[in-house]
Write a protein that binds this ligand. Structure first.
Ligand code: TMP
Length: 401
């Protein structure tokens, strides 16, 4: 296929089979679901990894179940990200900040007293309602050049546009970039945070592959995308959040550009470790982990052990469906999001229950499908008095805690 960023030819690197969209939880255990291919391709020209088959944004986001959880790890990350942006001079007291894909507004809530003004934009009506009720001004729309003009007319020109974990969520990133170039002030900063391809492949995070994650950005592919739109990458910063993320900072090409040495340092490292062979290893690891988890769950079930999953995550659904696990082996999933509770995970039909219910009758094992909150969740379970359940951690390698 043609790369959706630079139009060069891509090559298949991993096929995870047919699955329903990973966040499409079901209201009934009898509901029938449509499945779609989940195939990853590598572009060896710009070094982007991307989905071959993308679903439409309308299909995925108009009614959306993913609500950013209230998490101590996330709050710590907001502090870290804000600290980096502030100490680098990208965000200031007088900055007007627009966040794209702002969800229920937790990040904007965190920074709103530290800057002059914040506005969010998110396409999901149910999500925007929660954000606005919490006092975070949020426009309900997809971000593109038309909605960018509306923001500009209603609120003015922002000094900084932040897009956290949403640039991978649109099959046409050029539409998002056109929104950015329509809206951003001449000296403004664009800040994009995303899972980092280098971490995804090095940590064997094949479960990060699902229909919402249409792009797996490297520094090279982000540079290619920015350059097409007259923007220039000036800084990068990495963090451990969500299995390893990267923050890209960009400015308009015509502004006095100073490029932080971090860009070339990371780039050199990436050139060594992101290539066709490392992606082949990544695919091999996915099959290895699939075999190990399948065998482990089968053995535990044969010895009469009970197993629940912890976290009704999108990545968890990729994992469960790739391994072929269903409610026959794992009857219940624990999750703190009220909107997910009482529903069933797509394809596996595992029922989602609240965390306190999971405590009443704890299983022998939790398969930790929210492994990105590993320490926080294990501490929470232990502090609630459950010292019995063990945790199966699937990523980066299968082990038991
Ligand atoms: P995410 O990895 O896509 O952010 O999803 C995390 C899921 O895990 C989300 O549905 C909420 C759930 N969760 C819990 O159930 N308990 C917790 O303590 C945390 C941090 C998350």
């Amino acid at each position: 296929m043609a790369c959706r960023i630079c139009n060069s030819f891509t090559e298949e690197v991993l096929n995870l089979g047919l699955t329903p969209p990973a966040n499409s939880l079901l209201d009934s255990s009898l509901a029938v679901q449509q499945t779609f291919p989940l195939v990853l391709e590598l572009c060896e020209s710009c070094y982007n990894v991307q989905l071959r088959d993308c679903l439409s944004s309308e299909e995925l986001y108009l009614k959306y179940l993913y609500i950013t959880p209230e998490s101590t790890m996330l709050t710590r990350h907001y502090r870290y990200l804000y600290g980096y942006l502030e100490s680098s001079g990208y965000i200031k007291k007088e900055s007007f900040v627009v966040e794209v894909g702002s969800n229920v507004g937790l990040f904007l809530k965190f920074i709103r007293n530290k800057v002059s003004r914040v506005v969010g934009i998110d396409p999901a009506e149910n999500i925007c309602k929660i954000a606005n009720e919490a006092g975070v001004d949020t426009i309900c729309d997809f971000f593109n050049s038309e909605s960018a003009l509306i923001i500009r007319d209603q609120y003015g020109v922002p000094d900084i546009i932040i897009a956290r974990h949403c640039f991978a969520h649109n099959s046409n990133p050029h539409v998002l970039m056109k929104g950015v170039t329509t809206l951003l002030s001449d000296s403004g900063y664009l800040v994009i945070e995303n899972s980092y391809l280098l971490n995804t492949i090095e940590n064997n995070e094949f479960d990060q592959v699902y229909h919402e994650h249409m792009f797996y950005y490297s520094i090279r592919s982000m540079m290619a995308l920015l350059n097409i739109h007259g923007l220039r990458l000036i800084d990068v910063m990495t963090s451990l959040i969500h299995g390893g993320s990267i923050v890209f900072v960009a400015k308009r090409e015509n502004d006095g550009i100073i490029i932080n040495p971090s860009v070339n340092e990371y780039l050199e490292c990436e050139q060594m470790f992101i290539n066709r062979q490392s992606l082949k290893n990544f695919a091999d690891k996915a099959y290895e982990i699939r075999g190990q988890i399948g065998k482990l769950i089968k053995n535990l079930r044969n010895t009469g052990k009970t197993i629940y999953t912890y976290g009704a995550t999108a990545k968890g659904n990729t994992l469960l469906n790739f391994v072929g696990l269903t409610c026959n082996e794992i009857p219940l999933c624990i999750d703190s999001t009220p909107g997910k509770q009482g529903k069933y995970l797509p394809q596996s039909y595992i029922k989602v229950i609240p965390e306190d219910e999971g405590l009443l009758n704890p299983p022998d094992y939790f398969l930790l499908t929210a492994w990105n909150y590993r320490d926080e969740i294990i501490n929470k379970v232990r502090e609630a008095g459950n010292y019995h359940s063990k945790f199966i951690i699937p990523i980066p390698f299968v082990h038991i805690v």
